[in-house]
Every structure is written in structure tokens, then in C-alpha cells.
Design a protein around this ligand. Structure first.
Ligand code: HSE
Length: 297
């Protein structure tokens, strides 16, 4: 028997919701697990990750411990479209898939809250793993080791246009540039922007989004690590049809939000951004409302 787990990419922070807000999008990684007599076989990812340090394998081991699965050997086949180290939650797809894979061998793959708690422990923060598990747009709060996650009902049908650069930025490096403390006015700005963004999405108040996506906690610091960041954000801000833009997760991907009815949005933005997008990949995505799926083969 094989277990197949498909996990959506995620876009975390949404500007002011650092380590809190995240959404699942229609780009996926798929992992197929099979128990073996012994050994570890990993296919479909770069050779340097085909060993016991593999994140999906480590998550499977943690998942197995948590759900009481005994196993001797494991095969993992990886495939998918989520770009690696670009701020679209590729590591969360690995963590969630590993845990769900182990739970599935114990017929417990739908225990989403327990899977969330363990995934958050491994990832260190819940904002990517929560939407990868529950789908949609989520906000999460960590309290000791407990994670409270709620889905935010988004009123309008939006499209999320991901501008994905050809270069990577590790979350570790991207977190290292953040200050330990913030001035009070920056903290107030972030709290108020996050509240405005969430309320605007629930109420369908598009005029609140441009301001609501503004952040003072991480984007100003991380932007300096991303070639073209200031120019691209400025050009997107000027586009009257762009409802808002933000750095996706730890970057370097930049996300622009448009309405579904803005059919020419991607073509228009590509023209506006012109040479700034040299070699950047542009993906028009929708919200994934399901989170991971798990099947037996
Ligand atoms: N909230 C996280 C960060 C997401 O911005 O560092 C990336 O793991």
C-alpha cells in the first residue's frame, strides 16, 4: 500500500501578519510514501536532500513517533511545482506531507489539529503550515505549545499573482536581518494594518487592502536583500487595479492581489514592470480551499 499526500504552496505574512497570517494557493507538491523492510529511498528531489536529513523524512519520523507507527524502512517519491526557498512554503509542504504520511498509515490522516501542532513545532511558526493543512486564508496564535487557527472567510474571488525571482533567499538569512525590538509606532501600525486587512477581506472592502497590506516589521528590512524589490513594489503600488502587494513569506517572491475580473492584470503588470522582471517567473494563482489531500494507492 502507498500513501499519496498532495500539499498546497502557501504565502505567509500577507504584509503585517508576520508569523500569523497565511494563505494556501493552487500550486502543489506531491509525496508518495511506501513502507519498506528496511532502508530509506528518496526520489524526485536534488541528490543532496536524499538522505536522513531530508525534511519530509524527518517529519515522517516525528509523525510516526506521535501516532505510534512502527516502521523499518521508507520510500518517498517527491514531485511538484512549488519552487524551493522562494517564500512559497516549500518546506511546509515537506513537513505537512511527512506527518500526514505517517498518520495515514495509522488511519489518522484527518486529525488536522494534532497535525498542525506537530507541524508548528517542527517549523517554529504556524503561518505556513496552517493554510497548508486547512486551506484558505488562516490566522494562527501560538500559546505555549498550543496553536489556535481560524479560517478567515474571504468575501471576493481574488487572484494572487506571484512574482518569483530566479534567485533564492533562505528563511534563516531573511529572519537574521530583522531587529529584535520595534518602535511602538511601528508595532501600532502593524496591529492596525493587520486588523484592517482582515476586516477588509471579510467585508469585501477592497479600498482597505492597499493600506492593510503595509508592514513595518519585516518587509523594510528584507527588501534590502532582494534585487529589484523597491522598484517592483513601487510599480505595483502605482497600478490602480492592484489591490495590494506584499512580500510572500520570508521572500524573495512578491505577491500582488487583483480581482478575478481583472483578466488583463498579468499582462498589464508584466508591461509595467518591464525589464525589472528579467528571468522572473509570474504565476497567477487562486486560493486553495482544501489544504492537503491524502489518498491510498
Ligand atoms: N513567517 C515566516 C517568516 C514565514 O516570515 O519568516 C517563512 O517561514
Amino acid at each position: 500500500m502507498k500513501v499519496k499526500v498532495k500539499v498546497p504552496a502557501t504565502s505567509a505574512n500577507l504584509g503585517p501578519g508576520f508569523d500569523v497570517a497565511g494563505l494556501a494557493v493552487t500550486l502543489y507538491n506531491t509525496f508518495v510514501f511506501e513502507l519498506l523492510e528496511d532502508g530509506l529511498e528518496i526520489t524526485g528531489c536534488p541528490q543532496q536532500f536524499c538522505n536522513q536529513d531530508n525534511l519530509t523524512y524527518r517529519a515522517f519520523v516525528e509523525g510516526a513517533k506521535a501516532c505510534g507507527l512502527q516502521f523499518q524502512g521508507l520510500r518517498i517519491e517527491c514531485s511538484g511545482d512549488v519552487p524551493y526557498t522562494r517564500g512559497l512554503g516549500s518546506s511546509s509542504t515537506c513537513i505537512v506531507a511527512g506527518i500526514v504520511g505517517a498518520y495515514a498509515f495509522m488511519d489518522r490522516s484527518e486529525e488536522r489539529q494534532e497535525i498542525l501542532e506537530l507541524a508548528t513545532q517542527i517549523e517554529g511558526h504556524p503561518d505556513n503550515v496552517a493554510p497548508a493543512i486547512f486551506g484558505g486564508l488562516t490566522v494562527s496564535v501560538m500559546n505555549d505549545n498550543h496553536v489556535t487557527t481560524l479560517n478567515i472567510p474571504v468575501k471576493h474571488d481574488y487572484r494572487f499573482v506571484a512574482f518569483i525571482p530566479p534567485f533564492t533567499l533562505s528563511t534563516e538569512k531573511s529572519r537574521a536581518v530583522l531587529p529584535q525590538q520595534l518602535p511602538r509606532q511601528d508595532a501600532i501600525a502593524n496591529v492596525s494594518h493587520l486588523a484592517l486587512m482582515v476586516a477588509s477581506l471579510i467585508n469585501g472592502y477592497d479600498d482597505g487592502l492597499k493600506l492593510g497590506f503595509k508592514d513595518r516589521l519585516h518587509q523594510p528590512y528584507r527588501g534590502t536583500l532582494i534585487k529589484g524589490y523597491d522598484e517592483i513594489m513601487a510599480a505595483l503600488e502605482k497600478d490602480e487595479h492592484v489591490l495590494g502587494c506584499y512580500l510572500s513569506g520570508a521572500g524573495p517572491t512578491i505577491m500582488a492581489v487583483i480581482r478575478e475580473s481583472d483578466k488583463k492584470g498579468v499582462v498589464r503588470m508584466k508591461e509595467e514592470l518591464g525589464h525589472l522582471l528579467n528571468d522572473w517567473q509570474v504565476e497567477k494563482l487562486e486560493l486553495d480551499m482544501r489544504g492537503y489531500t491524502c489518498d491510498y494507492e
